[in-house]
Write a protein that binds this ligand. Structure first.
Ligand code: HEC
Ligand code: HEC
Length: 297
């Protein structure tokens, strides 16, 4: 049902593509207005998510949805709240004309060239004639993000260290499984692998108080079955990534657990079960990786 995280090797972290990806990720000069880096909305203080309900992009506009954590995210089968990006490289490439604010990819590439990034692209993609390309921008950012893995007490527990979880956390784990949460939130990330309707037992907005009803995957596929369908969120570091859900509509983890029980399972959990589940979810908090920071110049 669950699996421990596999941590990256030292070679993966110092690989030239990952090193280039790290430089790009933290460099605000690479956006259209010169003020927004990937890290602006994926804050280390927020475990690579954003405490703001919506973030401001390089056009000065608010993002349509809440910023997600990127730690461990590359292991998911598709990316973003509705799984409309197939991979980390596709997601990053899309950012050029999205959050990073460019009219087209050519403009983004011209900026990278002007900033002197060409030699670093040539070093990272030595076998390619055209090293400075949108595809390689995506590949480098994906390589860096693959190294951002955060093992936690729960992994030590899964590997056999019984006292890695407190008695309350173990109770929370049993409750999480028995209540049916693990039917959707399973695997190494406790999520990230399936699409499900948000609001199986009742409309999600009746419990989240969402100001706007987001139709989820339906907006990209147009299929009636995809109305209000979202990717099951992964729960790694979830205690550190408030506010919750695709619109950041719920401020606390306790509140998010109650909403899930109500709208996905059609039940009200007793307070002590909610507290135990929250304690268990806290065992999924790992350390912010040391290389989740701007590289030394
Ligand atoms: C203006 C804020 C902002 C900036 C800048 C930004 N992001 Fe994001 N990021 C978001 C938001 C908001 C989402 C959720 C989007 C959605 O699902 O609609 C997201 C989602 C993601 C995801 C998907 C995570 C998952 O679990 O599926 C990845 C990966 C990601 N961003 C990486 C990046 C990279 C790499 C960059 C730089 C090229 C970047 N982001 C720049 C706000 C931002
Ligand atoms: C039928 C599938 C399903 C079940 C069962 C389920 N969830 Fe979820 N969960 C989801 C989906 C889908 C989302 C993303 C909703 C959205 O779009 O905001 C989610 C989101 C969450 C979030 C918010 C994550 C974030 O980063 O914002 C938490 C916390 C959570 N679930 C915990 C639980 C708990 C605890 C249970 C059991 C009481 C549970 N879930 C049961 C599908 C499920």
């Amino acid at each position: 049902m669950f699996a421990p995280l596999e941590t990256p090797s030292a070679e993966q972290i110092t690989d030239p593509q990952a090193t280039l990806g790290r430089a790009l990720f933290w460099d605000a000069r690479t956006s259209a207005n010169g003020r927004i880096a990937c890290a602006s909305c994926h804050d280390p203080g927020d475990w690579s998510a954003d405490r703001r309900r919506q973030s401001t992009d390089a056009k000065g506009k608010l993002t349509a949805r809440h910023s997600q954590p990127i730690f461990n995210a590359m292991m998911q089968t598709s990316l973003r709240w509705t799984g409309d990006r197939a991979s980390g490289s596709a997601q990053a490439e899309g950012s050029m004309t999205g959050s990073m604010g460019y009219a087209d990819k050519a403009a983004a590439l011209a900026k990278l060239k002007a900033l002197g990034y060409e030699p670093a692209f040539r070093a990272a993609f030595a076998d390619q004639a055209e090293a400075l390309s949108a595809a390689n921008y995506g590949r480098a950012l994906q390589a860096y993000q693959r190294t951002l893995v955060t093992p936690a007490p729960f992994d030590r527990y899964l590997r056999g260290q019984d006292d890695a979880l407190s008695p309350l956390q173990k109770r929370g784990l049993r409750t999480f499984v028995a209540a049916g949460c693990a039917g959707c939130h399973s695997g190494a990330l406790l999520g990230g692998q399936q699409f499900q309707k948000f609001g199986l037992a009742k409309d999600y907005w009746s419990e989240t108080g969402s100001e706007r009803v987001d139709e989820g995957r339906f907006l990209t596929t147009g299929a009636a079955d995809d109305k209000y369908v979202f990717r099951v969120a992964m729960l790694r570091n979830v205690a550190k990534t408030a506010p919750y859900f695709h619109d950041g509509s719920v401020a606390t983890l306790d509140g998010a657990v109650r909403v899930m029980a109500s709208v996905q399972l059609g039940r009200t959990l007793p307070d002590d079960d909610v507290a135990a589940i929250v304690a268990f979810l806290e065992s999924l908090t790992g350390d912010v990786p040391a290389h989740y920071a701007a590289p030394a110049q």
